[in-house]
Design a protein around this ligand. Structure first.
Ligand code: ZN
Length: 256
C-alpha cells in the first residue's frame, strides 16, 4: 500500500466546515497517512490540538504567526502563541516567513523579517522544525535562513531550481504542491528533476492550489496522489517509489 503525506493542510479553515468528516474520510480512502495541520491563529491552534487527539499518528499540528499578521501582534498574543508552540501537542513552527506580494510597506516588511527571525529562533530553542511561506521575497528569505540555521522546509516552493539547490545545501527541504501539475509548471518540474530527492516533500496547501484535474476547485488532502503522480513522472519512478521517498523524507524531517 502506498502511504502519502500532506505536509501543509489548512483543514480547520472555514472552507471545510460543512463537510469536514467527508474530507477526512476521502483522505483515508486515498491513503493519506499523515497530515500536517497548519494553523494561522491561537484559537485555531487550540482547535487543532484538540482535533489531533483523534489520531496522533496521523494528524500533526503546526502553529506560526503568518507574515502578513506580524504587524498586529500584541505582547499578550505573542506570550500565548509561544506557550502553544512549546506545548508537546505542537509539532512544528509555521507557517512563518515573508510575503512581499501582499505587503508593500517597507516598515511592515521589516516587522515581517523581525518576526521571521524571532520564530526561527523559537523553533531552534524548542527543537521543532519550521515551515516557511515566502512570496516575492525569496532572496531575503534565503539570507535569513542562511544566517539563522535550523531544520526547516520551504512550503509551496515556486522559485528557481538554482535557488532550490542553495536551500538544500543548507539542509532545507522543498515541498511541492498542485502547481507542479499546471501547464506552466516549468519551475516546479525543474526543481523536482534537479534537487537531491532526499529533500523533496509533497503538500496540498488546501483549500488552495488544487492540482489538475481539480484545478480551480477547493483543494483537500485526498488530492495528494495527483501531485505525487506528477513528481514520479518527472523523476521517472513509479508512484510507489516516489511516495516512499517522500514518506522517508518526512520522517527524517520530523526526527528530533
Ligand atoms: Zn498555508
Amino acid at each position: 500500500m502506498i502511504n502519502y503525506i500532506d505536509t501543509h493542510a489548512h483543514i480547520l479553515s472555514k472552507e471545510f466546515e460543512d463537510d469536514f468528516e467527508d474530507v477526512l474520510l476521502r483522505a483515508d480512502q486515498a491513503n493519506i497517512a499523515k497530515i500536517m495541520i497548519i494553523t494561522l491563529d491561537n484559537d485555531e491552534t487550540r482547535r487543532a490540538i484538540e482535533f489531533a487527539q483523534r489520531d496522533k499518528n496521523k494528524y500533526m499540528v503546526a502553529c506560526g504567526i503568518f507574515p502578513c499578521d506580524t504587524s498586529e501582534v500584541s505582547e499578550a498574543y505573542w506570550q500565548e502563541y509561544e506557550t502553544l508552540a512549546r506545548s508537546d501537542d505542537v509539532d512544528c513552527v509555521g507557517e512563518i516567513g515573508l510575503d512581499y506580494y501582499w505587503e508593500k510597506d517597507e516598515e511592515k516588511r521589516e516587522i515581517q523579517r523581525e518576526y521571521f527571525i524571532k520564530q526561527i529562533e523559537l523553533a531552534k530553542e524548542i527543537n521543532k522544525p519550521f515551515l516557511v511561506h515566502s512570496r516575492d521575497a525569496i532572496q531575503d528569505t534565503f539570507d535569513i535562513m542562511k544566517q539563522h540555521r535550523h531544520k526547516g522546509l520551504m512550503h509551496c516552493y515556486s522559485g528557481t531550481k538554482e535557488m532550490a539547490i542553495e536551500f538544500t545545501k543548507l539542509g532545507y527541504y522543498i515541498a511541492l504542491g498542485g502547481a507542479i501539475t499546471f501547464k506552466n509548471a516549468r519551475h516546479s518540474i525543474e526543481v523536482c528533476e534537479t534537487i537531491d530527492e532526499n529533500y523533496l516533500l509533497s503538500e496540498t496547501d488546501c483549500p488552495y492550489m488544487a492540482p489538475v484535474p481539480k484545478r480551480g476547485q477547493r483543494n483537500e488532502p485526498s488530492n495528494i496522489p495527483y501531485i505525487v503522480k506528477k513528481m514520479a513522472e518527472v523523476k521517472g519512478y513509479d508512484e510507489e517509489k516516489m511516495a516512499s521517498i517522500i514518506y522517508n523524507n518526512w520522517m527524517r524531517f520530523l526526527e528530533k
